[in-house]
Write a protein that binds this ligand. Structure first.
Ligand code: KIV
Length: 298
């Protein structure tokens, strides 16, 4: 019989030697029984059951472990790593090799989550063949399970080629950061008559075989319309509550990034404040001689 892991919303049976609350093994230890991997059909099943799910970006092994422990079913190695990890001003400069390195860290750590990786700017637009060759590297060399690419009807040939070659595709429409210069900056897309174009794009991507569609910075009413029109899940970011799933960049969600946040971000922690406090306390202890203490010495 084919593998039928439990739907992700159902906690896995905690194995006898599992010592963490989540049932996930301690880092570095092997689980006694294999844990069920989230698969594309689970996401579809969740939409069919009306269950909302959360996706987060992750760019390294610790965030992958932490978010998986929190039960996040899908981790996105976003090209937002360009701005959020590598210090670039936009998502445009990040390279395939840089993304492969980051994706490896995530895929080595994540045992359950579905790992989706962004195809960087310039690595898929030229042709369906280019898209396939790039995606193949992410699946073979980096351990990704699916790829995400930006664009509407214009990338349908790429989506078809990937899907026919066995590569699951998450689409991304609305505001597409790789086109920020063409779009004139970070702007809400799909207002007024443009809403119909967005719905047509979403339908075309679904017909091409995409398993989900990210809707970024689109009016909530339009996102809800797209969500109702599609069989596959929509994943919103700045697209209101009517989507099947939501995604945030983890540094925004956890309060690591400083400065003004986009309107669509909700911060659930002050990780930046906690790190600043910890670093200050450490530096003060070093200066005063309180660290290292006798218990830290050999
Ligand atoms: O790169 C990214 O992080 C993204 C999400 C914000 C959707 O594309």
């Amino acid at each position: 019989m084919s593998e039928q892991p439990a739907p992700y919303g159902t906690p896995p049976a905690i194995s006898a030697d599992a010592s963490t609350a989540s049932g996930l093994p301690e880092p570095g230890t092997a689980p006694a029984t294999p844990l069920a991997r989230v698969r594309i059909p689970h996401l579809q099943q969740m939409k069919d059951r009306g269950e909302r799910w959360a996706m987060l970006t992750a760019y390294d092994m610790y965030t992958a472990q932490v978010f998986e422990e929190a039960g996040i079913p899908v981790l996105l190695v976003g090209d937002s790593a360009s701005n959020n990890v590598l210090g670039n001003e936009s998502s445009l400069p990040v390279t395939v090799d840089e993304m492969i390195m980051l994706t490896r860290g995530v895929s080595r750590a994540a045992r359950r989550a579905l790992i989706v990786v962004d195809l960087p700017f310039g690595s898929y637009q030229a042709s369906p063949e280019q898209a396939f060759l790039t995606a193949a590297r992410f699946l073979k060399e980096a351990g990704a399970h699916a790829v995400k690419l930006e664009g509407g009807v214009e990338v349908v040939p790429q989506v078809e080629k990937l899907v026919h070659s066995g590569v699951p595709v998450m689409a991304h429409i609305g505001f597409t950061p790789q086109s920020e210069h063409q779009l004139g900056g970070y702007r809400v897309q799909g207002r007024g008559d443009d809403g119909a174009r967005l719905i047509a794009d979403a339908r075309a991507l679904e017909a091409a075989g995409a398993f989900a569609v990210v809707l970024e910075m689109v009016p909530a009413t339009v996102a809800a319309e797209v969500t109702a029109a599609l069989r596959i899940p929509t994943v919103g970011i700045g697209a209101g509550a009517g989507c099947d799933a939501q995604v945030l960049v983890w540094q925004d969600m956890a309060g690591l990034r400083a400065g003004r946040m986009p309107r669509f971000v909700k911060q659930y922690a002050d990780v930046r404040g906690a790190l600043v406090d910890a670093a200050r306390a450490y530096a003060a202890d070093v200066a005063s001689g309180a660290f290292p203490g006798p218990e830290h010495q050999f």
